[in-house]
Design a protein around this ligand. Structure first.
Ligand SMILES: NC(=O)c1ccc[n+]([C@@H]2O[C@H](COP(=O)([O-])OP(=O)(O)OC[C@H]3O[C@@H](n4cnc5c(N)ncnc54)[C@H](OP(=O)(O)O)[C@@H]3O)[C@@H](O)[C@H]2O)c1
Length: 288
């Protein structure tokens, strides 16, 4: 099977590409110099019959939350129209699309893990533009998988942000001996290798189309996540609680964005494990 991955050099895209290649699947790695998703001509000229793709996975997005807030037009062009361009190309070829979305489509008022059937209500431009992408895809093709993720970290840095949370906090801790982190945002940090394994299973088991929550199990605040990072590193770095909203960059975020993988569980396909398990493997395998 030939699978085209858009954003293949990104934090998530690179792990998906590695996992699929390891399983012997044909992977076509598309990076920004190959394709500009906000340009329909660029998308159509790449995603066409000659590519021989039987499935497209889109990880590309404009997802720096503060930059999105300051530039709604670009956010909606990339995350909305860009997603639509890919959906049109897939629809014309009658091939399925796996598209990556976010927990930020929710407002965080629920206080219990969000189900795929819960009503989204984004608080910021990023969340609104990603939700627009979801709606557009579902309006254009009925052969789509929309995967909402939460707080991802991987071997390779997040290109757009220039870091991932774990590596950034490790660096600050090592330099200063102490770190300060917010305790008022509850989420489920998720290792990208685990998301890649889950996507592989969805492909091989031919999961039904639709919206999926794909996050690790359990939940924590950024503060609790950081405490666990330094417990595993065992390097004596002190972790302090920051004041609520101290690092928000002036952008509203959901205070609670834990996702329940109900759609996966209903089909017996959920292989995501506890967030502490993923973090332990990440630190042991890549950051010790
Ligand atoms: N980070 C999180 O905690 C989090 C949480 C939930 C969901 N997500 C979602 O997860 C996905 C992947 O995130 P990531 O951390 O892997 O991102 P990343 O490391 O920044 O990678 C994104 C990739 O997409 C490419 N790209 C960006 N804009 C593009 C465009 N207009 N046309 C073509 N390619 C473009 C980037 O290329 P260039 O670098 O060359 O621009 C890069 O290769 C995103 O859809 C994001 O919304 C992230």
């Amino acid at each position: 099977m030939n699978i085209a991955i858009i954003g293949a050099d990104g934090q998530l895209g690179s792990d998906i590409a590695a996992k699929l290649k390891l399983e012997g699947l044909g992977v076509i790695e598309l990076v920004r110099s190959d394709i500009e998703i906000s340009n329909r001509y660029s998308v159509n000229s790449i995603i066409n019959k000659n590519l021989n793709a039987e499935l497209v996975i889109n990880t590309a997005a404009f997802h720096h939350v503060e930059k999105c807030e300051g530039d709604p037009v670009t956010s909606f062009i990339v995350n909305g129209a860009g997603a639509a361009n890919i959906a049109y190309a897939c629809s014309e070829l009658d091939i399925p699309l796996i598209h990556i979305s976010t927990d930020y489509v929710f407002d965080g008022r629920k206080k219990k893990p969000y189900l795929e059937s819960d009503l989204p209500n984004p608080l910021n431009v990023y969340g609104n533009s990603k939700l627009t992408g979801e709606h557009l895809i579902r309006s254009i093709t009925d052969r789509s998988y929309i995967l909402r993720l939460s707080g991802i970290y991987g071997r390779n840095i997040c290109i757009e942000k220039g870091y991932n949370f774990v590596d950034k906090i490790l660096k600050i801790g090592e330099e200063k001996g102490e770190v300060k982190v917010v305790d008022d945002e509850i989420l489920t940090p998720t290792f990208t290798e685990d998301i890649a394994a889950q996507i592989l299973l969805m492909i091989t088991k031919k999961a039904e189309y639709g919206v999926y929550h794909v996050s690790a199990e359990g939940s924590c605040s950024w503060y609790e996540f950081t405490k666990e990072i330094f417990r595993l590193k065992d390097n004596g770095v002190k972790v302090h609680k920051a004041a609520p909203g101290e690092f928000s960059g002036g952008v509203q975020r959901p205070a609670y964005s834990v996702l329940e993988n109900k759609h996966l569980k209903d089909q017996g396909l959920n292989i995501m494990t506890d967030w502490k398990d993923g973090l332990e493997r990440y630190i042991r395998d890549y950051r010790m």
